[in-house]
Design a protein around this ligand. Structure first.
Ligand code: ADP
Ligand code: MG
Ligand code: MG
Length: 254
């Protein structure tokens, strides 16, 4: 599903190399977690996947279902099935949540050469999804994320995911200080949307999120690289011993 090879990224503004050869392969239907100390490049990886300005890919590739992501505009990436959820969801004053979702869905359909969804079909779709996620109609009418609580923003993010039906979801929850309730919301949403054809990459500084979203594979990132890969027990190991053991072993083997 997602194939990242030898990814090297530097900042555009300064001569600073941030990702130094990231290799990552996520199969269809799998849930992978990336953990790692602060400043290791986890968020940079998600930004580069989203196509955000300010970063220069100096080597390597990112492919989604065989398609070269780096050749695509951010909207094209979304149309190809990539969804990114960030720590701080954007607020869009003056744009109702429903309108935003419909616009996003139609942009995706257009890029895929599909017809726009009819108003009636959209209403039906959104009502179904909102009901499944226990989202009230009041939240659908409010401007996107404006004045939303942390929990509401998270719920809204999951709603966007449910409506857009992405193939590959990337969630960067690093250092977000999600309270336990918001974390459970994210986890329940992700778990509800897990399916054979949909993969997740969950980026987190802390192990606790992974008690709720049980990953198939855990990667540890340090200093711009994936330095260790294992099963869910790797997250427990980090929780107990911190990152130092892994990083020391890494340094000894070079
Ligand atoms: P993580 O998410 O793992 O905490 P980041 O990807 O946020 O790590 O950051 C990786 C490194 O790159 C850090 O040293 C950070 O200071 C640096 N960095 C990232 N983006 C920028 C930027 N726009 N300007 C300067 N430094 C940056
Ligand atoms: Mg950080
Ligand atoms: Mg980060």
């Amino acid at each position: 599903m997602l194939e990242i090879k030898n990814l090297h990224v530097k900042l555009e503004e300064e001569d600073k190399q941030i990702l130094k050869g990231v290799d990552l392969s996520v199969g269809a239907g799998e849930v992978h977690a990336i953990m790692g100390p602060n400043g290791s490049g986890k968020s940079t990886l998600s930004y580069v996947m989203s196509g955000r300005d300010g970063y220069e890919v100096t080597d390597g590739s990112i492919a989604l279902d065989g398609a070269d992501m780096l050749e695509m505009e951010p909207e094209e990436r979304a149309a190809a099935g990539l969804f990114l959820a960030f720590q701080y969801p954007v607020e869009i004053p003056g744009v109702g949540n429903m309108t935003f979702l419909r616009t996003a869905l139609n942009a995706q359909r257009k890029a895929r050469g599909q017809e726009e969804i009819s108003a009636a079909d959209f209403l039906k779709l959104i009502r179904e999804r909102a009901k499944e996620l226990k989202i009230g109609s009041e939240m659908l009418k409010r401007p996107v994320n404006v004045g939303f609580s942390g929990g509401e923003k998270k719920r809204n993010e999951i709603l966007q995911m449910a409506v857009l039906e992405p193939k590959m979801c990337v969630l960067d929850e690093t250092d977000s200080g999600l309270d336990v309730d918001a974390m459970k919301l994210v986890a329940d949403g992700v778990n509800a949307l897990r399916s054979e054809g949909r993969s997740f990459l969950v980026i987190t500084h802390y192990q606790r999120l992974l008690n709720h979203i049980v990953p198939d594979v855990v990667h540890i990132m340090a200093n711009g690289k994936i330095v260790k890969t294992g099963g869910k027990e790797l997250a427990m190991e980090v929780e107990e011993n911190g990152y130092s053991d892994i990083l020391d072993a890494q340094n000894e083997t070079g």
